[in-house]
Ligand binder design. Structure first.
Ligand SMILES: O=C(O)CCC(=O)C(=O)O
Ligand SMILES: [Fe+2]
Length: 341
């Protein structure tokens, strides 16, 4: 039985709710690790009446098992926590007591994922599938793999044209690294022929960041700094898929009055929409999509897309092409603009 509509939280402190909750937060357990809700329910039902099994978040690997009685939760906790569970293929479960969140604390971690950019109805957001062919994808990956990667804490990057400095979220304009490498010339040609953006022509896109994300690694919600780049942003996905979430915060972006946790969950209400990015597709962000919406890659190994669990590849490599800005940004979204605040 899968219930939705109720949200449970992992207690903030290990002792919170110990033995005083009928709800267990169970990690390493769920459809993403090959366990159906029915199997989970029947394994936990040995310890008492199970009222429901809920997805704890959109990872597919963490569930809430909700008992009728606290004592059942306690028995299951004592028997199964950090012990291989014989009825679930010997899986080692990590269990904590969970508490029901009050509606004001609830953060909706479930955003339905579209396959088509047009369904999101975000002006300036476009996705072009099969922007490169499979053999070109291999060549592009081989080209960057023969160059030096720079290690960040969870992913690796390469910068061309200008270096992007993560501490200041801006580019070092005084230090030109040279022309973009010749292996991206066909991509630049295609960008200029596909794009209606007059600025986005070959030779005018002058900065490239290549990101390599291992499976399970994402990117914190952000808007690319307005004062750093002008025109459209073009991001080519290679090697593996991911989902990208778009968020429109009412408070603006530069001096946010909200806090986001490591999953990007925010205490402030925002509009959230998500798009599946298949390998070899080109995402184009312009206008409102580029200047007013945060983009975010959740830190998932498995994305739930239209009811299917899609496992990320061992890596996703993206090529993000941008144009370094000359002069301040004069966009129509001053609340998100570092040049205008
Ligand atoms: O990996 C991607 O597609 C997006 C990268 C990105 O948003 C960035 O580098 O600012
Ligand atoms: Fe970005």
């Amino acid at each position: 039985m899968v219930k939705s509509g109720l949200r449970f939280a992992r207690p903030k402190r290990a002792s919170d709710g110990d033995g005083a909750s009928p709800n267990l937060y169970v990690a390493n357990c769920g459809p993403a690790v090959g366990l159906s809700f029915e199997e989970i329910e029947s394994a936990f039902a040995q310890f008492g009446e199970v009222r429901g099994v809920h997805a704890a978040d959109s990872s597919g690997a963490r569930v809430i098992v909700s008992y009728a009685l606290n004592s059942s939760a306690q028995s299951a906790f004592e028997a199964l926590n950090r012990n291989p569970c014989p009825n679930l293929g010997g899986r080692l479960l990590h269990i904590r007591y969970s508490v029901l969140q009050s509606p004001s604390d609830q953060v909706n971690d479930f955003v339905s994922v579209s396959l088509e950019a047009s369904e999101l109805r975000i002006p300036g957001l476009h996705l072009i599938r099969d922007f490169v062919a499979e053999d070109e994808e291999k060549e592009l990956l081989a080209a960057v793999d023969s160059r030096t990667w720079n290690g960040l804490s969870k992913r690796r990057v390469q910068h061309y044209g200008y270096e992007f400095l993560y501490q200041i979220r801006n580019v070092d304009t005084k230090h030109h690294l040279g022309e973009l490498p010749s292996f991206v010339s066909p991509i630049l040609e295609r960008i200029s022929s596909f794009s209606s953006d007059a600025e986005a022509v070959h030779g005018i896109v002058d900065q490239l960041t290549v990101n390599e994300y291992p499976s399970g690694v994402g990117l914190a919600p952000h808007i690319d700094t307005h004062s750093a780049f002008e025109g459209s942003i073009f991001s080519l996905s290679l090697a593996g898929p991911c989902i990208m979430e778009f968020r429109r915060y009412s408070q603006g972006a530069r001096f946010p009055s909200f806090a986001t946790d490591e999953k990007g969950n925010s205490s402030e209400n925002c509009l959230r929409k998500a798009l599946f990015l298949p390998p070899r597709s080109m995402l184009v962000l312009s206008g409102e999509a580029r200047y007013a919406w945060h983009h975010y890659i959740p830190h998932h190994k498995v994305d739930v897309v239209q009811g299917h669990n899609l496992r990320r590849g061992t890596r996703r490599v993206s090529f993000t092409f941008r144009k370094v800005r000359n002069g301040p940004c004069c966009c129509e979204f001053p609340q998100y603009c570092d040049s205008q605040s």
